[in-house]
Design a protein around this ligand. Sequence first.
Ligand code: MN
Length: 240
Amino acid sequence: MSFAIKAPIPATVPVKGAAAGAVFPVRRIYCVGRNYVDHAIEMGHSGREAPFFFLKPADTVLPVAEGTVGRMHYPGITTNLHHEVELVVAIGVGGRNIAAADALKHVYGYAIGLDMTRRDLQNESKKLGRPWCTGKGFDESAPIGPIVPAAQCQLGSDTPISLTVNGAVRQASTLGKLIWSVPEIIEHLSAAWDLAPGDLIYTGTPEGVAAVVVGDVMRASLGASGSVTTLAVELVARSA
Ligand code: MN
């Protein structure tokens, strides 16, 4: 087989501790909407609804090696770019109609990520009943730290997840505050789509979402003092 045009390079994410620099190939990026009560409330909802999903293109990942500061270009056509810090689940074994009780067997590992959002465009889409693609699925909209293999993660309901901007805390919660747990998300998601190795699931953000501007440095952390993993991203100006 040969490609008629230049073939795209698959999106990848580094794996923490991987031998010979093995990377995680990204197939799809699923995102869960409103999965923490206090974020649902800040977005004007009751906090009690079935999980719902949207997608970002795989090549919107912006992988950042731990200990380095990634560079995200401030996107076009927005004046209200928001951060959403999220636990990311990396699927290693695919499946359909996966029961919550079996779901963790399908997880390769976890990462911390940012579901960056052009909030002005998302709000306009909501008002007009249009898809969220322009608000959510733009280039570099999914910064992500390295994937930590599940066996190396000690995640529990008291595991902290947080985000600072220029050193000031913007978002701080714990995984126990997820409305839908990781196994429940996988059960719901795999009823709607066949999951496959390489899928990423951004599991939703806690309260405290707010705007960032060029020059801001976002630092996300999973685990006490980032003991599981961390992610740092600086917003830089977009060239013409
Ligand atoms: Mn989100």
